[in-house]
Write a protein that binds this ligand. Sequence first.
Ligand code: CTP
Length: 439
Amino acid sequence: MRLLIGVSGGIAAYKALETARLAVKAGHSVRVIQTPTSERFVGRASFAAITGAPVLTDEFEQDPARGSYPGEALPERAPISHLALVERADVFLIAPASANTIAKLAAGVADNLVTTAALAAACPVAVAPAMNNRMYLNPATQANLKLLEQRGLAVIPPGEGELASHGERGIGRLAEPAELLAACQALLGDQTVPRPVSAEPSGAPALQTGILQGVNVLVTAGGTQEPIDSVRYIGNRSSGRMGFALAEVAAGLGANVTIVAANVKLDAPAGAEVVPVQTAAQLAQACHKRFSDADVLLMAAAVADFRPAAPADHKLKKTAPDASLQIELEPTEDVLTTLAAQRQPGQVLVGFAAEHGEGALDYGREKLARKRLDAIVVNDISRPEIGFDSADNEVVILGRDGSERWIAQSSKSDVARAIVEEVVSLLAASLTTQPSVVN
Ligand code: CTP
C-alpha cells in the first residue's frame, strides 16, 4: 500500500514515527507530510530516515522524489501539482490529528500541506485524534469529528489513560501505532494484523533521493600533520579519499555536509563545506565547534595519537654530523572519545579503524566499545590493493548490536554508499528507541 501520513502538532507525533516504521516493516511504501507545528515535536529528518524518502512540510516546496513513493522509479519530470503525493496515495492517515487540524478539516480550511492534501484526497482518509481530554470532549471537537465521519472519513478513536500533561488522565491518547496501521489496512480491505514492533533496526532502506534532507553530517577526512619544526612534521598516509567519498554520497542524498579536512589535496565534493585543518588540535577544535549541530559524525580522518611536545619555531639544524635527535612526543586528544562522551540522543557516531592483518575485527570491536560508537568501519591495511592511496577499499562495518557487514572490494564511492546505508538504518533505529512519552 502507498501510505501517506500527515503529521500535525502534538507530543504524540513520536507515535507517528513508530507507525511509519511499522508500515515500512510490513512492506508498505510510506511518505510523510508534516504541519509546521509538528516539526517542533519530531523533525522531518526523523521521518525521512524511517521511510527512506524525503518529507515535505510546505505546499510550495519541490519534492526531491517527484511525487514517487519508496520503491518506485523516480519520474523524469517533477509533477506540476504539490498534491501528487495524496493523488497517488492508497490511504491518507492523519496522525496525530490535533484539535486545530480537526477543526480545519471540518471547515474545509486548506492552510498547510496536510489540510490541503486532505481536501484534495480521493483515497480513503483516516483521522486519529490526539489531545488533552478536555479539548477532545469539548462539543466543538466532538461536532467536528462527527462531521468528518458523516463525510466518510474514518476516525480512529483515541484511547484512555495517562496524558502528556503531568498527572492528567482521561481520553485523548493517540491510538497505538499497530491500531493505526491496522485501521489503514482495513480501509483497503486488508485485515492482516501488523507484525509486533521490534527494537531491532529495520535493515537498510533503499537510499532514495533526498533521504538525508535536513540531516547535518559532519565528516572528518585526511591525515593530521604534527609539526616537529617550522618545515617538518609527523604525518600519515591517509589521502582523504574515503572521507570525501562519504561526504559526496551524503550531500547527494540531501544532507548538509561539513568536512573537516586534514591536509587533503582533492577537490571538494559538490555541496559540501570544507574546513581545512593541519593538526590534531585544529581538527579537534573544528569538530568540537560543530558537533552539537551534527546528526551524524563520520570520523574517517587518521588523527595523530602523539605530537612533538615542543615543536621548534625554526628549522632544526644538525648539531654534529652523526648526532642523533630525540623528539619527545606527548599524547593528543582522542577526539572521537571526547565527542562520544558529549553525544545527545539521536546522534549517530561512526568511527574508522585501519588495522593490520589478523585480529583486525577484534581490534575494531574493542574500539567500537571503548569509544562508545554506533558503528565502526574496519579495513585491513596489510593489503596493498585497498586502503590509503588506492581508489578501492574493502571494509567490514561492525555495529553496536553485534552486527557485521562485509563490503567486498569496490570503489571508495560504492563503499561510501554502503556505509551511508548503514547510517540511515542507525538514524532510524536511534529515533525509535528514544524513551517513550505518553500521548
Ligand atoms: N581518533 C580520534 N582521535 C585520535 C585518534 C583517533 O578521533 N586522537 C578516531 C579516528 O578518527 C577513528 C577512530 O578514532 O575514527 C579510531 O582510530 P584509531 O587510530 O584506529 O584508534 P586509536 O584509539 O588511536 O587506536 P590505536 O592504538 O590502534 O591507534
